[in-house]
Design a binder for this molecule. Structure first.
Ligand SMILES: [Ca+2]
Length: 337
C-alpha cells in the first residue's frame, strides 16, 4: 500500500482562469504499443488544475513584455555551453523542420531538421517569418528552461509526466487515442498530426501543415484541447527509459526519476516531452498517442515543441484551504527540478 499524499493548506491560491480541474484518481498509464520505455503501470494522482490549451504566442508575448525575458533560441550560446564548437558557429537560432528534397531513410532525422540562425518563437521559420496571424497558435521554439521561466512568472508549474498523461486520457481507460479507440471521429481527424508520406509530402487532410490554433480541434473528455498532436509539451520530469519505477506498484503522485539517462545519447540529460506534434503519424512517430514519450535537453528548442502549465489549488467549490486545512493541495515538490 502506497503512502497517502500529505495535504497542506494552500495560502493565497493562484488564479485558475483558463484552466480545467482534473479530478484526482487512479488510472493505468503507459503505452499499449509495447514501447520499451513506456510500460503499462498504475498511477494515483491528486486533483489539480491544468491549462485548457497550450500556451499561445499571445500569452507568451505577455510574459516577454512583462519581464523582458530572452529565450534560449534568441540567445547566442557561450563557448562553455557548447565546448569545442567554433566561435563562428555560436549563433542564436533553433531547430526547424524542413522537408528534404529527396527520399530519405526514416532513421536519418537530421535530414529534415535544420539549425536555423535567427529562428525563435518570434520568427518560427527563421528571419523574415513572424507570428502575425498566429496569435492563437501555440508558442514554439521554447526550451524547457523557457517554459520553466514562464511558469514561474505565471505562478504555475509544468505538469509531471504522470499528471500530463492522466489528464490526456481524461478518464478513458487504456484507449489508443485521447478521444477513444478509433483513429477518426465521424470521418475526420480529431487532432493536428501528419497525413501523407513523411517527411516529404503533407496532404494536410486535417487542415494544417504546421501548427493549428490551440482550440483548433475538439477537447478531450475533461475539456483539455490539443493533448494529441499540434506541438509537443514539456513536462517537468527527467527522462529515463525506466523512469516509471516498479510497474507492479501503484505510483502515487510520481515526480519521475531523480536523474536522466537516454540510451540514444548517454551524455545528455533530458526532460520529458508529451503529446506529439503536427509531424506525428503512425508511420514515423507514435508520440501523438497518450502513452508514448519523447525527450530533449532542457536548453533545446524546436519548431514543434511548446508547453502548458498546471497549478495546485482548491477544487471547484472547495472552501479556501487556508481557512480549513484539509481541502486541497499537496506537499509535492511541484516547482520543477
Ligand atoms: Ca496536420
Amino acid at each position: 500500500m502506497a503512502a497517502p499524499v500529505q495535504r497542506v493548506p494552500v495560502k493565497d491560491p493562484p488564479s485558475t482562469r483558463g484552466m480545467v480541474w482534473i479530478p484526482g484518481g487512479e488510472a493505468r498509464l503507459g503505452s499499449q504499443e509495447n514501447v520499451p520505455d513506456a510500460p503499462m503501470h498504475t498511477v494515483r494522482v491528486t486533483g489539480f488544475w491544468m491549462d485548457a490549451v497550450e500556451v499561445s504566442n499571445a500569452e507568451f508575448e505577455k510574459f516577454t513584455k512583462a519581464t523582458g525575458y530572452v529565450t534560449d533560441a534568441e540567445r547566442k550560446p557561450t563557448p562553455e555551453e557548447l565546448p569545442g564548437v567554433p566561435a563562428e558557429l555560436l549563433v542564436a537560432g533553433s531547430l526547424v523542420f524542413t522537408p528534404p528534397p529527396n527520399a530519405v531513410d526514416l532513421r536519418q532525422f537530421w535530414a529534415w531538421w535544420s539549425y536555423v540562425p535567427g529562428a525563435s518563437w518570434r520568427h518560427p521559420k527563421g528571419p523574415g517569418s513572424s507570428t502575425v496571424g498566429l496569435a492563437d497558435h501555440p508558442v514554439v521554439h521554447v526550451s524547457w528552461r523557457d517554459a520553466q521561466a514562464y511558469a514561474k512568472w505565471a505562478k504555475k508549474r509544468l505538469p509531471t509526466e504522470a499528471e500530463w498523461e492522466f489528464a490526456a486520457r481524461g478518464g478513458l481507460d487504456q484507449q489508443r487515442y485521447v478521444w477513444g479507440a478509433e483513429p477518426k471521429v465521424k470521418g475526420r481527424w480529431p487532432a493536428n498530426i501528419w497525413q501523407g508520406e513523411f517527411p516529404r509530402t503533407n496532404t494536410e487532410e486535417d487542415g494544417f501543415v504546421g501548427t493549428a490554433p490551440v482550440r483548433g480541434y475538439d477537447p478531450n473528455a475533461l475539456g483539455l484541447y490539443g493533448m494529441s498532436g499540434n506541438v509537443w509539451e514539456w513536462c517537468q520530469d527527467w527522462y529515463h527509459p525506466r523512469g516509471y519505477g516498479d510497474p507492479k506498484a501503484v505510483q502515487v503522485d510520481p515526480l519521475g526519476p531523480t536523474t536522466s539517462y537516454d540510451p540514444d545519447e548517454p551524455g545528455a540529460k533530458k526532460r520529458v516531452m508529451r503529446g506529439g506534434s503536427f509531424l506525428c503519424s503512425d508511420v514515423y512517430c507514435l508520440g501523438y498517442l497518450p502513452g508514448t514519450r519523447m525527450k530533449s535537453t532542457p536548453d533545446t528548442s524546436l519548431c514543434h515543441t511548446g508547453f502548458r502549465c498546471v497549478v495546485n489549488a482548491p477544487a471547484p467549490g472547495a472552501k479556501p484551504a487556508n481557512a480549513k486545512p484539509a481541502s486541497a493541495g499537496t506537499s509535492r515538490a511541484g516547482t520543477g527540478k
